[in-house]
Design a binder for this molecule. Sequence first.
Ligand code: GLC
Length: 719
Amino acid sequence: MPKPEALLAAMTLPEKLGQLTMTASSYAVTGPVIAGDSTEAIRAGTIGNLLNMVGADHVNEMQRIAVNESRLGIPLLIGLDVLHGHRTVFPIPLAEAGLFDPLLWERSARAAALEASADGLAMTFAPMLDVTRDPRWGRGAESPGEDPWVGECFAAAKVRGFQGEDLARPDAIAAVAKHYCAQGAVTAGRDYATVDVAERSVREVHFPPFAAAVRAGVAALMPAFTDLAGVPMTANARLLRGWLREEMGFDGVIISDYNAIGELLRHGVAADLAEAAALALNAGVDIDMMADAYRRGLPTALQRGLVTLAAIDAAVLRVLRLKERLGLFEAPYRRGATALPVTVHAAHQALAREIATRSLVLLTNRGAALPLAPALKRLAIIGPLGDSSIDMRGPWWGAAAEEGHTTVLAGLRAALPNAVIQHVAGVSVDGEDHEGIAAALALCDTAEAIVLCVGETAAMSGEAASRAYLGLPGRQAALCDAVISHVAGQGKPVIVVLFSGRALAVPELAARADALLAAWFPGSAAGHAIADVLLGRHAPTGRSTVTWPRTIGQVPIYYAQRSGGRPENPQDHYTSKYLDESNAPLFHFGHGLTYSHFEWSNLRVTPQLIGVADSVEVLVDIRNAGDRDGEETVFCFTHDPVASVARPALELRATAHLSLKAGATSTAKLRFPAASLSFPGLDLAPRFEAGDLWVLVGPSADQARLLKAWIRVSTPAGH
Ligand code: GLC
């Protein structure tokens, strides 16, 4: 008899419920309730899983208690939020997604898996796949952005990276796709708020990244804290058992979010813990993270007939099978047995610098203010984020220390060892103090160029970090205005480096700065990456995976909107627009400048007549019209102008990169399967529909800059 089945046959009910329980250790606090010491419960076999523990010694100490001192010796499953690096910190996912490079996305996950498994961990609560179109919400920082297709590609790459080819390998960790689903659509951008989106939006926008994670073999999945039209995801049998397990064939483990089962009482769908536990178990949730609802509620639920022992056994089997796939039974101490060689850490640092450099998004560059002259002798770093290691980590820093992440000041000093580079904060990030502005202006008087480092602290995005205003916090805008006005006319470039976990509404800054670089939170190599780009050692290549609003009044703002019956027409009063603001974003999805500029021509799409089994080939010529070598990113969208269900203005189908020497011309080649043109029909079932479609290519979702060509989709029945 297989090990899981044999163990199940021998287990008591408390031991079964222990395997369905995950309790937090004390390394990190990631939720409202804190557990006590779990040692006795592990010894008793009534806790089978832990989270927020780091360090092979601590992990193996707890593992030895479980294996050697509990009655059945079942190893613990231990997880941590390793979202964008473990000890080596990579840029936040919102930034890394802007590479549009699945290979690098996979490589950073692989590096994180090597470091996390060396620390004894067998699971990460990542990738986070919430599609987000509301920058008020802080968790967009953890996501791949506003586009479901990017989310699908990101999901598959991250699952491959974390899990590798074989979960039993010592350097493999189980990935957990989260937060299923539509958590990014929280009302008013407020974390944990109710979610009320149409089923069509769930199908078309929020579900695809999770479906891609399942197709990629993700080991586990975490439901969202939120409800979906009144049904909490933790108790949503239709979307967990129905869409995931039955429709997608997901046979992995479903882990609740932190105390989420207990919070079903606050949602107002359970009168007590027994009802909450029954709702979650019957919906398909296998592990109860930090609510202790299964241990304390399921025995009563059994007595009341709210659940069956068979349902409990099925959940226990899924957990034990995951532990078996991870090799925990045969080698419980395999992870963490050997420390990572120094050469591996060095390779990870180099990868972090490469990815951080490629994640920076050059939003504006007036008069080619960037790159800065390499012969610079005096540089002023102004602003509260110019020398802050802890903020370079971003939210969800894994096991990384607060210090040791290269700041802008350190990075520029390393890059220009003979220059005089000094830093004055001027103001704090979010205080009302502004006495330091005078000192900042005085430093500007001694410098040839000014780098303003402003934005959000790492704690201003991530979980429980929604913002009602999207401008610069505190008195930073006043600092920027003072500096820019002070040096006006002196020929000194003012470069703004903007740190944030979201798109910010900074139209004045964008208009007044000589250049604006979105750095997001670049991780351990932040200062080196920023120096590389500011000094032209690397031309910027990052693109934004979210649309930037001019003002919060435009939110939610995203490119893939349907046109409606009265799309904006400035000449017609009765059309969709604002009296006091443009509909246009500050920056489009996909926006990002470099140190060259490119000319696009000669779009060709084949075949002209497309069947569902075909793949569509797209060719477009691009010339580097600048005087520097550069890399262009190509976006390929489609638009179906007449369909059985109104289609978004643009739907992203493929991307590509093209590196071009100055003056050179080359052809970008993209390909996407015709089957990807399917969409949920009137009955929400996938529908591949005949008709004429536009194929549109360009450097972003700015429709004014797209080249387009027709293709005709045919179906056997012609419908
Ligand atoms: C948090 C987050 C979730 C995380 C979990 C464990 O509340 O919502 O993303 O994985 O708890 O830290």
